[in-house]
Design a protein around this ligand. Structure first.
Ligand code: HEM
Length: 416
């Protein structure tokens, strides 16, 4: 396999199999949910390290004891109170690799910075991307396997379409896609390979600096052109802020959507009656997507840090304590949902915290909804009789702890 340096230095990147770089499944846990439900039943808030199957994290020993929040109402309470629970907790690892982004900012700085990037994701822009961009990316990927009658929908479809969508939204030329996908994977998997992730971050900065200079000289119809020109109340984004935001889009926008679309296909394939219903009525893709972000949120945990001594559900929280919000547990809180462990797109309550909540609620959620809906709609237009078709011994479960999704989705079908 080619080395990382190849992707940076060669004009024509050496072909590589991006899937082989994929090492981001944090925690090889198949089902952490029974343990989460057990701990939630004991108390919606726990103080001290918890072990969900990947070993308790001992790194907090010299700090105030960490707090883990399992309950739905308790997660919402933390996310609403962003003065007591600060996002600066992300300054450490995420900030070092991405640079200073809205994810780690508190108010009022966050409000101002988010107002500058939010217009780029407004619904008019999404409509244009849907019609002109997402469907053609997905069609192009399906073209490559549709005649085979068999595919691994993770490797052949869900792993590839979100990164191509983002690359096209940024207006990057097709010849740059391989190196962009490599950097995207490397920066996203920084937790498993720090040096590689930091190097990718620096290379992305250099790469974006060139693209931004081009767009300033001749603006085009793309996100980078929009970010270099945007102005709200006389404020503009600095170049460093733009690099950081663009870098954040890779883990925030690519990894999550790739995982959510795989888990949605998994949820439908393992519930053939619901798959059938969605194939016949594509409007059901809307509740189906919401249900998968509840049932198997791709990001199961987000963080905050307590700014003062406080109490949550009667449990004392010390100033300076890291607070882990288990979105996965909250989304299956038995006090809120009936049969919480079932994937059921027809359930009446669609509320969930899979996109977070409050001022930091996911900025890209409408894009994620649209691109996943279009991807599955296009797939169902092109194939009939879609069903699981694993080789003996082949694994097709949803895996992971902090991030979750299926590693493979072996299917058979008939081309339409
Ligand atoms: C199914 C797909 C997705 C899921 C489950 C998801 C989940 C989340 C969550 C839970 C947060 C809150 C983090 C926190 O409060 O600590 C968040 C924030 C964010 N997401 Fe997403 N995300 C998805 C797709 C996307 C996409 C497609 C983009 C953009 C291309 C995106 C961009 C962002 C950004 C920029 C933030 C930071 C917002 C802020 O701090 O104000 N996300 N996302």
């Amino acid at each position: 396999m080619s080395t990382f340096a190849d992707a940076v230095t060669t004009e024509e990147p050496v072909p590589f199999d991006p899937f082989e770089l994929q090492d981001t499944v944090a925690g090889n846990v198949v089902d952490p949910y029974p343990k989460m439900a057990e701990l939630l039943a004991e108390s919606p808030v726990h103080v001290g390290p918890v072990d969900l199957g990947a070993g308790a994290d001992p790194s907090f020993s010299d700090r105030p004891p960490p707090v883990t929040v399992f309950g739905f109402d308790e997660c919402v309470a933390v996310l609403k109170d962003n003065e007591t629970y600060s996002s600066t907790v992300y300054e450490g690892v995420v900030g070092e690799v991405m640079g200073r982004t809205i994810l780690q900012m508190d108010e009022p700085e966050h409000r101002m910075a988010r107002a500058l990037v939010a217009p780029a994701f407004r619904s008019k822009v999404l409509e244009r991307w849907e019609a002109g961009l997402v469907r053609s990316v997905v069609d192009g990927l399906i073209d490559r396997f549709v005649d085979r009658g068999r595919a691994d929908l993770v490797r052949d479809l869900t792993f590839n379409f979100p990164v191509q969508v983002i690359a096209r939204i940024l207006g990057l030329p097709g010849s740059d896609f391989p190196r962009f996908q490599r950097w995207a994977i490397e920066i996203t998997s920084v937790a498993t390979n720090w040096e590689r992730g930091v190097a990718a971050s620096a290379d992305l900065r250099d790469y974006f600096a060139n693209v931004m200079a081009e767009r300033r000289a001749s603006p085009d119809d793309d996100l980078i052109s929009e970010l270099v020109a945007v102005e709200v109340d006389g404020e503009r984004l600095t170049d460093e802020e733009i690099y950081s935001f663009l870098r954040l889009l890779l883990p925030a926008g690519v990894e999550t959507t790739y995982r959510a679309s795989g888990s949605l296909l998994y949820g439908l394939l393992t519930n053939p009656d619901q798959l059938q219903a969605v194939v016949e009525d594509r409007e059901l893709l809307v509740p189906a997507f919401e249900e998968v972000v509840r049932w198997e949120p791709p990001v199961t945990v987000i963080l905050r840090r307590a700014t003062r001594d406080t109490e949550l559900a009667g449990v004392p929280v010390q100033a300076g304590a890291d607070v882990a919000l288990l979105l996965g547990a909250a989304n299956r809180d038995a006090r809120k949902y009936e049969h919480p462990d079932q994937f059921d797109l027809f359930r009446s309550s669609r509320q969930h915290v899979g996109f977070g909540f409050g001022v930091h609620v996911c900025l890209g959620m409408h894009l994620a909804r649209m691109e996943t809906r279009v991807a599955l709609d296009t797939l169902f237009d092109r194939v009939a009789d879609l069903r699981f078709d694993p080789e003996p011994g082949q694994d097709y479960h949803i895996h992971g702890l902090a991030f979750r999704s299926p590693l493979a989705l072996p299917v058979a079908f008939t081309a339409r």
